[in-house]
Design a protein around this ligand. Structure first.
Ligand code: BDR
Ligand code: CA
Length: 307
């Protein structure tokens, strides 16, 4: 698999979950500007990789800005450097040569058709650019497993939209229209995966470098969520993508067709999730239910076996 991300405190937990799961053959991490600028997301991915002792997995830097819109950040939810309170030191190993977009195209086109899954934890700019560069990618990719969008829950950046889709709605619209098979974890599902006090304490109790880092991310989110949003337990978004690849039974999915609003300013980035589609023709699956305790049990289990 490839993970495309913008770490980001919840991206960090998703990456640590993947690093702790040996059955995932992680070919590359690609980074995009999103929560913080791309230089920082590429650096943060390398910090996380170093903590997990997995410097052999290449990290590629990708798009610095959305296809059309001005870059936006979410530093208030992730800290100015993107990893909460953690000091951002320069990691030992460098960014890989070449762009994230070229890496996605090369890895997927060289592999058996549909054998490489792509987990997307940030704005979809890199994925849209890869599909533009190689239109055959849509039929070659394994599932594109996305954290993004909102339906029943409403948005978290505006009334209509979730941050990842809102940040680059034009890219998301292209990817959803590309014909890729997509599994989508929007806020309807990720808000069912809450980092309660007990669940954070269970991660803290693991006691190794990966778990300590994940726990620091969860504690930071807890504090920010309580201060800014007023919720006691923060939702855990991005790790749902990796958790589904590891244990699909943790989620209930419904076939649908998803389109993204790109014209209206008011509803920019809204995901129109249409369930009135013939199930055998549907290219998209929308997560409607998540087993929050099951996701946290999986995180604790995998971090327990990690570095
Ligand atoms: C998404 O937005 C980002 O801030 C998080 O990392 C996650 O990918 C949640 O809306
Ligand atoms: Ca993210």
């Amino acid at each position: 698999m490839i993970i495309d991300c913008d770490p980001g405190v919840d991206d960090a937990v998703g990456l640590l979950l993947a690093f702790g799961s040996p059955e995932l053959d992680l070919k590359a991490i690609t980074t995009v500007g999103g929560n913080v600028p791309v230089e920082k997301t590429a650096r943060n991915a390398r910090i996380i990789r170093q903590v997990a002792g997995r410097d052999e997995v290449p990290v590629y830097a990708g798009a610095a800005r959305p296809l059309v819109r001005e870059p936006a950040g979410a530093g208030e939810f992730h800290g100015a450097e993107g990893l909460g309170d953690l000091a951002a030191v320069e990691p030992d190993a460098p960014v890989a040569d070449g762009s994230a977009v070229d890496a996605i195209v090369r890895i997927v086109m060289e592999a058996e058709p549909r054998s490489v899954a792509l987990a997307v934890m940030g704005p979809m700019t890199n994925v849209a650019l890869a599909l533009r560069a190689e239109p055959k990618l849509a039929e070659r990719l394994g599932p594109v497993v996305v954290m993004g969008g909102a339906r029943a829950e409403g948005g978290n950046i505006t009334a209509s939209a979730e941050f990842n889709i809102w940040a680059d709605p034009d890219a998301a619209a292209e990817v959803f229209a590309s014909g890729c098979e997509m599994v989508v974890f929007g806020l309807d599902a990720t808000h069912q995966v809450r980092a309660t006090e007990e669940r954070i304490a269970a991660v803290e109790a693991v006691g190794n470098a990966s778990a300590d880092m994940a726990a620091a991310m969860l504690r930071f989110s807890q504090r920010i969520e309580r201060t800014i949003v007023g919720w006691d337990a923060a939702p855990l978004h991005d790790p749902c993508t990796v958790a589904w690849l590891l244990k699909p039974g943790l989620f209930k999915l419904t076939p649908c067709r998803i389109e993204v609003e790109t014209v209206s300013d008011l509803t920019r980035g809204h995901t129109a999730v249409e369930f009135r589609v013939e199930a055998d023709k549907a290219r998209h699956l929308w997560a409607v239910e998540a087993d929050g305790q099951g996701v946290f049990d999986l995180i604790v289990e995998r971090l327990g076996a990690a570095a």
